[in-house]
Design a binder for this molecule. Structure first.
Ligand code: 2P0
Length: 323
């Protein structure tokens, strides 16, 4: 029987921003993330000789050809490794709170790598799964692992994959502030390409990363959440600064994102441990102690509705589930 595979989403503390090689999704820099329990994707793949084309059914809705793009990249690689030509039916269920507007490519493509490889009879190591997820979507390479993971950039398909860093079995969590927005104007794929090609700040971003990564790994091994949070916040601000230097310039921030960032700075003045990070969208993620998640949520209630505030804790790596 074909099994369902679950992968959780991850949020980068040191961001992936820019590709060295677009075809194989080899990044310009190493990145480091925390996998979270709150959001995940369950996926089942069946290779079926009666199918004429690959199919993707997401949350019970058949998707069109353009949505299949990233998925087929992974399926083609699995078919090539397994020596099969059969088309596949991919069924996926995203467990993301409604209206959250969160990108799910990290959990989605990681779950697909696991489900497709096992459906084809391949028994892949975590390293091989990470490489397979990566060619679907870069950030998915990190969702193979629970806790903290580092995507080591490498220089080709065989050398670019994520490795586990720490199981995050300590007092760290994240509060998601969901800032509802219309459709994203600049996808992360287009945004990073435009930044690499045109932003004079991009080289400065790259030059600052070795130190951020080194300091972050030291902070994680010391379980120093103040250091983890402050390095992550500065790293995210630097990434977002590169987009303002692009031509044409763009930003993922909205007025509500600014409200959330200001609230985080206010929480720090009140002696809470709270730092923010942001990705290719307007949502703000607050890095905090698990033990302070509820208090911090209470503090933000005057500014945001309950539906906009979602608690997350460190989550597990790729695993099989019953459906
Ligand atoms: C990250 N992001 O490290 C960064 C920070 C967004 C900002 O990875 O083109 O969907 O499929 O490799 O992984 C989002 O980009 O991009 C992302 P592709 P992906 O999480």
């Amino acid at each position: 029987m074909t099994k369902w595979v679950r992968a959780h989403t991850n949020i980068a503390l040191i961001k992936y921003w820019g590709k060295e090689n677009e075809e194989w999704i080899i990044p310009k820099n190493n990145s480091l993330s925390l996998t979270l329990d709150a959001f995940y994707t369950d996926t089942q793949v069946i290779f079926d000789k009666t199918l004429k084309e690959d199919e993707l059914i997401l949350d019970n809705v058949m998707q069109n050809a353009s949505a299949l793009n990233k998925v087929q990249r992974v399926l083609d690689e699995v078919r090539s490794q397994a020596g099969i030509q059969l088309k596949a039916r991919v069924e996926s269920k995203n467990h993301v709170p409604t209206a959250a507007g969160l990108a799910s490519s990290a959990s989605g493509l990681a779950a697909l790598a696991g489900a497709a490889s096992q459906a084809a009879g391949l028994s892949l190591s975590d390293t091989e799964l990470s490489k397979l997820a990566r060619i679907g979507s870069g950030s998915a390479s990190r969702s193979i692992y629970g806790g903290f993971a580092e995507w080591v950039k490498g220089h080709d398909h065989d050398s670019s994959f994520a490795v586990p860093v720490d199981d995050a079995d300590w007092d760290i969590g994240m509060l998601f502030v969901i800032v509802n927005d219309a459709v994203k104007e600049v996808s992360s794929r287009d945004g990073m390409r435009r930044t690499v090609e045109t932003s004079p700040f991009y080289q400065g971003w790259l030059d600052s990363l070795d130190k951020d990564l080194r300091d972050m790994k030291a902070a994680i091994s010391e379980r120093d959440i103040e250091k983890v949070g402050s390095i992550a916040e500065r790293n995210a601000l630097k990434m977002h600064a590169t987009t303002l230097g692009a031509n044409p310039p763009f930003t993922y921030w909205t007025a509500e994102s600014m409200t959330a960032m200001t609230a985080v700075r206010d929480l720090r003045k009140q002696e809470y441990t709270a730092y923010f990070t942001m990705d290719a969208g307007p949502n703000v993620k607050i890095i905090c102690r698990q033990s302070q998640l509820t208090d911090i949520k209470d503090k933000l209630r005057p500014l945001f509705t309950d539906d906009q505030l979602i608690e997350a804790r460190p989550g597990p790596g790729l695993h099989l589930v019953d459906q």
